[in-house]
Design a protein around this ligand. Structure first.
Ligand code: 13P
Length: 249
């Protein structure tokens, strides 16, 4: 059985008090959960949120540097996050790739650092609108996986969650249809099977992200290869996020 997951990515949003309030609201949904819940929060709030000592939602960071320490002004390392008690990290989000110039090689270093710190890594991949319109979408996504993720040995793949986020669907209100998403997830699963084994592929959770909301989550999650969602905008309101979590019921 694959893990079902709903993860929020708050991005660069919320104040300290808003973050605490939202986190508590989501934590209070705990008794009804039919999936694992993660919150990828701004690093600034991690210490506060960890103080609540809750096992769910699991707290993750949105970004970290692969080197464990050193002269990298303004950065936070995975080693430091691990020391704080953080359990998970997002790697390869399209906003990091596009706005901050993160290359496949750098993402590969991050993947290795996450594994060596024992963090669960959520590896994001996805094509641009142009790449989809040219019919290159599967090739683009699989090449992202090959370049930064598939070098991991099989034993480490248990700490990997893949998130397919088509760039044209992020924050745009446009969602991939459940058929488009499932087709891509199936291609990703086949690639995992080809690189590792069918057993590994069957155990790998593949999430969809991009304008996922309560109104479309049930249809998306009903598809064979869609194991949950990575949620941006709709993770910022507890009732919307709850609606997505409840899509698993
Ligand atoms: P939206 O849900 O706001 O489209 O964002 C998706 C995303 O980027 C999650 O990482």
């Amino acid at each position: 059985m694959r893990r079902k997951i709903v993860a929020g990515n708050w991005k660069m949003n919320l104040t300290r008090s808003e973050a605490k309030k939202l986190f508590e609201e989501v934590a209070n949904l705990k008794s009804d959960l039919s999936c694992d819940v993660y919150q990828f929060v701004p690093s600034l709030f991690i210490a506060d949120l960890l103080d609540a000592h809750l096992s769910s939602p699991v707290i993750g960071a949105q970004n970290a540097h692969p080197k464990s320490n050193g002269a990298f002004t303004g950065e936070i390392s995975m080693h430091q996050l691990k020391d704080m008690g953080v359990k998970a990290i997002l790697i390869g989000h399209s906003e990091r790739r596009h706005f901050f110039g993160e290359t496949n090689e750098f993402l590969k270093e991050k993947v290795d650092a996450a594994i060596s710190e024992g963090l669960t890594l959520f590896f994001c991949c996805g094509e641009s609108l142009e790449q989809r319109e040219n019919g290159n979408h599967e090739q683009v996504v699989i090449s992202q996986l090959k370049a930064s993720l598939f070098h991991l040995p099989e034993k480490d793949f248990t700490n990997v969650v893949i998130a397919y986020e088509p760039v044209w669907a992020i924050g745009t209100g446009k969602t991939a249809s459940s058929g488009q998403a499932n087709e891509m997830h199936s291609a990703i699963r086949s690639a995992v099977a080809g690189n590792y084994s069918i057993e590994v592929a069957e155990k790998t959770s593949i999430l969809y992200g991009g304008s996922c909301k309560p109104s479309n989550a049930k249809e998306l999650f009903s598809k064979e290869h869609i194991d949950g969602g990575l949620i941006g905008g709709a993770s910022l309101k507890a009732e919307e996020f709850e609606g997505i979590i409840n899509a698993w019921k």
